[in-house]
Each structure stands twice: as C-alpha cells, then as structure tokens.
Design a binder for this molecule. Structure first.
Ligand code: SF4
Length: 597
C-alpha cells in the first residue's frame, strides 16, 4: 500500500501524561474528552476530506487517544514505521502547547527529511514563535487552511518544482502560498501575507467521509477514534460557521480574534442545505447525536428556516446551541423538523451584570422565557452552562449561581419537570490568546501568568490545575477560583441529586470525587512549599495514582451530558457504502477546480 501524502497527528495536551503526576481538575468535565484533550479538532476531518477530494492520500492518527487507551502504546515505535510526504500536527487549542511540540520533535528525529506542518488557532496566534522551534518547518495560518495546505502539499510532492496544470493552483515558490509561514535554507523565517479567507464554507466536506475512507484504506479505525468511549457514544459535530458575531471577553473564537488573527471581516457560513446534508450523511452510518456548532439563528431567521426545512424529518438526536434568547416560533419550527433535539445554552452567570460583562446580550427574564418555550416545544433535554473565573465575578457571586440553579431545579421539580440540567465549570486552563481579556488583561480585570507559547508549555507541566491556570482576576485569585469551583460544584451536585435530575448514587459518587480532589489540592499546595525540587518531585509522583483517579468527571459525571441513543451506534455496512460512494464521486467527476483562490 502506497504511504499517505500527509499524516495528521493529534498529540495529548501533555506529552507524556502517563509519566507525570498532574491534578488536571475539572477542566474537561463538560466535553467528551478527558483532560488529555484527546479529541482532535474538526479541522482534521475537513482538511483530510479536501485533500482526498483533490487526489492526495491522508491518514489521521490520534496519538492522544491511542496513549490513553493503551498504557503500553509506544509512540516512537509506531511513528518509526510510518512514512508520508509530510506530517501535520494541530496546535489549535492552547492546552496542546506541550504535547504538540514534543510530538513534532519525535517526528523530526525519526524522519528528519520529512516536513512538519502546524496549523490551528494557537499556531496562528503564535506563528512567529512556533516557526523558531527546530522541529517545525511550516505553519499554515488562518481559520480555513484547506486551500493553502493543498498548495503546500502539491509543492512538496513535486519536490519544490513548478508543475502548473490547467486545473492546478500550483505554487512555484513557497512565497506564493497564501497564509504560509516557512523557513528558507538558512533557517530564516518568512511570513507570507494572510490573504486566503474564504467568504463561505461551501467548498469543504463536513460529513466525515474522508475519515471513513482513511479507516478503510489503512484498515485502522482505532487511530481515528476521537475519544475512548466513541464507539459507544459516537457524537459528531456539524459546523455552521467559521467566525462569530459576538466578542465574548475570554473567547479566542470571537469577532475580534477572527478579524485580528485570521483576517476574517465577517463570519463564513455553511449553506443551510449543505449543513442539513452533512447531518443526513452522518446519520447514514451513525445513530449518535450530531452537535451543530454555532447558533443556527446567527446568520438570520432565513438561514435557520432554510436549514430546518432541509433537515425536516431527521429522527436521530441533534444538539443545537443558542447564543441569544429565541422566540417560541423558532422552537415550534425546530419541533416540526427535529423530533429528537436537545438545547444547549451558556448562561455563564445568574447575575446579569456579570453576564453582560462577559458579552452575552440577554436578560435573565428573556432566557427564562426561552427555556420555558423550548421545554413546551418538546426539547429532550436542556443543558444550562455556568462558568467560574469571569470578569466582575466574586466568590459569593459564584455561590449565587448555585442558589439560582437550586431555585430553578426546585421550581421545575414541583412541575415534575427534570429536563433542565445546570452545569458549572471553571474557565480553564487558559484565557484564550486573541481574546479581549488576553490582549488587554488589565482593562478587563485579568492578570496573566503567561504570554508566550513557551511560557504556556511550561505552565502545562505544573502539578495541579491551580498552577496551570494562566490567569486570575481582580475579583478572585487562583486559590479562590479553585475553591469556588469545587464548592459550587459540590453544592450544585447535591441539589441535582435532591431534585432528581441525577440519581442518588451518581450524586454521592461525584461528592466523593470532589472531596478527594480538594484534599489533593491541599496536599499538592503543601508539597509546593518544599524548596527541594527532588523531594517535591518524589512526593508528587507518590500521589500519581490518586491524581489519575481524580482527573475524570470531577464536579459532575460526564455521562450527565449524554443523550440516549437508540439502535446500533455505528452501522459499519452503511459506513462502507458511504466510502464507496465517495470513492466513486472522487474518481469519476472532473478534477475539482481551485476556484477558491
Ligand atoms: S463564546 Fe461568545 S464569542 Fe465565543 S463563540 Fe461563543 S458566542 Fe462567539
């Protein structure tokens, strides 16, 4: 079998997390990943599909998940036997700052002649620093790198020679490739202008067919799994947009960050009919829920209506999210089109002042009406998210979130209604680079402990999440953020148990885990007072078994976020059909023209 042209590698947050003793805390309680952040970004699937569509072979290897699932999985031995024209590593979320660069070093040592390419939001933000690492050859900047990456791969495959063809966007020199950061023969760094920023997302494939093709071609499903439990709970994502109209204080995916980092003047949306067909395609092989990323009302009511018309009758579970309050008519339309829908709302705080300071535009009255309307129109479940570590938020304001949630649970319980589930989690581990709080911390009441990529890499090796946090605020220091998170998590968990949204056994188990974690935080703090680094290290390693056991589902049980799946989770026969269909399309249609640039 011919080797792939490009192997995408997803690294764990910390390499090698199996050898470190770190209490990661509740940093990933509300996402399917563990604190290793083993889920790879959705960009891997769109990039792989785009390159495959243009005749290149790709392979995705989720090293983080392989390491997590198998304590003896040997990354170096595995990579030694792999070859490709190039290796691509994501540094999208900053918590991968440590693992991604360590994996790059390993690849460079094992395959010194093969280029190592980085991409993702954090790569874009830190591109000037990243390109200086000897193991990094290229950084592709921007929120949409399908076209620049294809040009780079064609350039590399041709050995850097010009082979312009009638349908080819072949670059003759590296300096012609938009958004590319590269090194010349002397090691000098060059930053090409960021000129590629597509107006919409209609040129990409978001139906996971590229992944399925790769799984069949290399007979390797295990390396593609996004997280350990995925075959039992195959949640996937559908993308409505790159960009956002909002500009929340600590978010690196807001309008300001997209403008400054990615040159994006306005959000690029996926055509609503294409979005519906992405979801239907996923539904052909998976019974798992599809999470629609981005509020479908963000581009306007017409977009939402067109999407809901196109998806009408899709019976598998779908999660939708709202960035603002919505009228009852919207939910009536959702109900008509999607019989099995769950709603996600990030309320952030019960306090309107704190919520407004974060950037959420809605009042409590409006959002409560929205919740009632969604329930009356049959949403299966409604997850309500609150956060710790916000601008203008004090310790007692965090406890106010719990009081508010408790009152809400009590009110609904009186109506025998248990579909509204509040969650609380810390803003952790990092305030996003590119966000308003990162760019002007004093103005927003934040104090940052790290600014550079290297500083964040070092923070990730700290022994507990308290020391990993890259910030504190003028309203709460790191100790208070940690204390408020555990105390609010403990009280909220008990309230959920009391009003029956989780069972008593789950509530007790979570309560025990929170008690263990707070005890560990104190022990680690005590160890950190030792001035003898060898002593500190030995005592931290002695805690490893206990920290590892405390790193999952701290302030809530991950399973609380799951929805019921009916029937077989993954239909492998249908998956094979999708692969055959895509193969047929890719090999029978005329070469796709690169009209996007
Ligand atoms: S947190 Fe705010 S800025 Fe970030 S994606 Fe959500 S709505 Fe947009």
């Amino acid at each position: 079998m011919a080797p792939p042209d490009l192997i995408f590698l997803h690294a764990p947050s910390v390499y090698d997390f199996r050898r470190h003793s770190i209490l990661y805390g509740p940093v990933s309680d509300l996402v399917p990943s563990t604190p290793v952040f083993e889920m790879y970004p959705i960009g891997f699937t769109t990039l792989a599909a785009y390159l495959e569509q243009h005749g290149l072979r790709t392979r995705i290897i989720n090293l983080a998940n392989r390491m997590l699932e198998d304590a003896r999985f040997d990354v170096e031995a595995h990579l030694r036997h792999m070859d490709a024209a190039a290796f691509g590593i994501d540094l999208h979320w900053l918590p991968h700052a440590h693992g991604s660069i360590e994996v790059a070093r390993i690849v460079k040592r094992l395959h010194p002649k093969r280029p190592v390419i980085f991409g993702g939001f954090s790569s874009t933000y830190f591109h000037r620093e990243l390109i200086l690492y000897p193991a990094v050859d290229f950084v592709v900047r921007g929120d949409s790198t399908e076209v620049p990456l294809l040009q780079l791969m064609r350039y590399l495959r041709s050995g850097g020679e010009a082979h312009p063809g009638p349908n080819s966007a072949q670059a003759r020199t590296l300096s012609e490739i938009p958004n590319l950061v590269w090194k010349d023969a002397e090691g000098g760094a060059h930053v090409n202008p960021l000129t590629y920023s597509p107006e919409n997302l209609d040129h990409i494939l978001l139906d996971y067919s590229g992944m399925l093709q790769s799984a069949v071609r290399y007979r390797d499903l295990i390396s593609l799994k996004p997280f350990p439990n995925w075959l039992k709970y195959p949640i996937t994502a559908a993308l409505t947009v790159r960009g956002c109209r909002y500009n929340c204080t600590t978010c690196g995916g807001g309008a300001g960050a997209f403008r400054n980092l990615h040159g994006r003047q306005r959000p690029a949306y996926r055509e609503p009919e294409q979005l519906a067909s992405d979801i239907r395609r996923i539904g052909q092989f998976s019974s798992g829920p599809v999470f629609i990323l981005g509020d479908i009302r963000q581009p306007g009511d017409d977009y939402a209506n067109r999407f809901l018309d196109a998806i009408a009758g899709y019976e598998k579970p779908v999660f939708i999210e709202l960035f603002d309050a919505a009228p009852k008519e919207f939910f009536q339309r959702v109900r008509r089109s999607l019989p099995n829908w769950t709603l996600e709302i990030s309320m952030e705080s019960h306090d309107e002042g704190v919520r407004r300071a974060f950037g959420r535009p809605y009042s409590t009255v409006d959002i409560e009406r929205t919740i009632d309307d969604a329930l009356s129109e049959g949403c299966q479940r409604l997850d309500l998210f609150f956060m710790v570590g916000l601008k203008e938020q004090t310790y007692s304001s965090v406890m106010g979130i719990v009081d508010y949630s408790r009152a809400m649970l009590q009110r609904y319980a009186r109506q025998n209604e248990r579909r509204v589930i509040p969650f609380i989690s810390p803003l952790a581990p990092f305030v996003d680079p590119g966000s308003r709080a990162f760019e002007a911390p004093e103005k927003h009441g934040y104090r940052l402990f790290a600014r550079t990529l290297e500083e964040h890499r070092q923070l990730l090796l700290a022994p507990s999440w308290k020391y990993v946090l890259n910030y504190e605020t003028q309203w709460m220091n790191r100790d208070q953020i940690v204390a408020a998170t555990y105390e609010a998590g403990r009280r909220l968990n008990l309230a959920k148990g009391e009003f029956g949204v989780i069972d008593a056994k789950t509530a007790q188990a979570t309560d025990r885990r929170i008690a263990q974690a707070t005890g560990l935080i104190r022990e680690i703090d005590d160890i950190m007072t030792s001035s003898d680094s060898a002593d500190r290290q030995a005592r931290l390693m002695a805690l490893k078994q206990r920290t590892d056991a405390s790193n999952l589902s701290t302030v809530c049980d991950k399973a609380e976020l799951e929805t019921q799946i009916l029937g077989s989770r993954i239909n492998f026969l249908q998956a094979a059909r999708v692969v055959a269909e895509v193969w047929w399309l890719n090999h029978t249609r005329p070469t796709v023209k690169n009209t996007e640039i």
